[in-house]
Design a protein around this ligand. Sequence first.
Ligand code: ZN
Ligand code: ZN
Length: 153
Amino acid sequence: MSPLKKIDLSVVLGAGRELELHQAISVPDFGSFSFPAPAEVALIARRIGGGVELEGIVDTSAAGACARCLDDVRLSIHLDVHERLDPDSDRADPLGESNVLADDHLDLEDLVRQLIDSAVPLVLLCDDDCRGLCPSCGKKRDGVCRCPQPDPE
Ligand SMILES: [Zn+2]
Ligand SMILES: [Zn+2]
């Protein structure tokens, strides 16, 4: 019952064949985000130089709370993936240090998680103009709150 999604890329790295990857990858909570459904991953792996090129898409949606009003927010995430992985490189590749590719095995779960983590916003808002919660009544300032608004200074 191992949930590990290690993909054997030896046919790509050795024989130079293309490999299609269609996987549903569950993504653990990240910061204030959770991921209710697994990410849909559709990638093609092909050999390029001594490494592997991954091209395709990752689709998922993140759930979280607005940083100002705490409303539930659902965020669709669609990533166009174009990554190059080298098995024995320690260059300044953002994914290079994490061993997502080791011994011809791709840690797809880790790769997808990193791609999604770098795509979600640092601060989640229900709306860029969200005015947050009223300090008097604690309700949302837009709509529910009926308190007199302080004079703008
Ligand atoms: Zn909000
Ligand atoms: Zn109020």
